[in-house]
Design a protein around this ligand. Sequence first.
Ligand code: ASP
Length: 316
Amino acid sequence: MAETFSLIIHGGSASYDLNDPVEAANHKEQEQALARIIESGWKRLARGDRSIDVVEYVINLLEETPCFNSGIGAAIGAERQIELDASIMVGDTLQCGAAAGIRGVPHAISVARAIMEKTMHVMLVGDGLDNFISALGFERLRDEEFYTAYQQRLWNMYQELDTVPAHGGKGTVGAVARDSKGSISAGTSTGGMTMKMRGRVGDSPLIGAGTYADSRYGGVSCTGYGEQIIKIGMARTAIHLVKDGYTSQEACDQCIDELGQLKQGLGGMIAIDATGRVGACGNERFLPVAFMTSQQVEPVVEFDISSLKRSLKAKR
Ligand code: ASP
C-alpha cells in the first residue's frame, strides 16, 4: 500500500456558549476558515511539499485569520499587551525553533522557524529576540493593530469579573503534517491567555510541552491551559506512548486523561503517527479540527468534541 501522507490542523481547545451570538459568529468564521485552510494546505502536501513547509504555511494562514488566538486576533494581556508564543519542529532531524513574548509580528511561527534555521539556538526571548526580529526585517505592527472586537470583548468581560479564568484563551492554532517522504513536522502558535501577566509563557513555545515531532514515531500540537500542559510535558509524552506501541489516537486519549486529572487540566491535542494515522482528543466542549489524509476523498472539519471523536473513529 502507498505511504499515507496526512495533514491535521486545530483552532484551539475551548468552551463557550453557542447561544451567545458573538460566540456563534466567531465559531462560524472559524469553521469556514478551517475548511478553507485544510484545502489550501492539502494542495501543497499533495503536490509534494515538505511537511515543515506545509506546517508553516497553514499556520501562517491561521495567524492571518482574526477569529483565532494567534497573530491578528491574539488574546490581550492584563496590561493590554500582545505577546505571541510559537514553536516548530522537524521530526527527521529533531531540529526545532521557538520564541516566547514575540512583539509586533503576526507570523509568529515564521519567527520560530527562522530561529531554528538561522541561529544555533532553539529558543529566543526578550531583547535578543527583538533584535533578531529587527535584523530579519519582519514587518512590525503596534499592539492595537492585533486587537479584534472579539478579543476586546473577552478582555472587558474578564476585567469586570475581576478574575482570570483558568483557561482564558480560545483559538490557539497548530498543525501536524506527514509528507509523502515520511517526514513529520509540527507547530503551534498562540497569543496565550486573555489577561495574562506581562512575560507569562505557556506551553505553546515549549518543545516537548506544546509541540513535538520525531518522524520515527509521530508529531503533536497541543492547546489548552498551558500551566497544566507544561507539568505533564504533554507533546513528548504522547510521542513516547506512540514509541511504546500505542496509536496516535490512543496516545492523545491517554494524555488528555492525564491532563484532566490535574486541577483545571483543560485542553486538547492533535497528532499524526509514523504510519500517517491522525488522532485528536480534548476535554473541553470544542476542539476545532480539520484533517485530510491520502486515504480520504475529502477533508473532515469538526468542532464539537463528540462529533470529532465520531469522525476519527469512522476513519480508523
Ligand atoms: N496553550 C495556550 C497557552 O497556554 C493557550 C491555548 O491553547 O488556548 O498559552
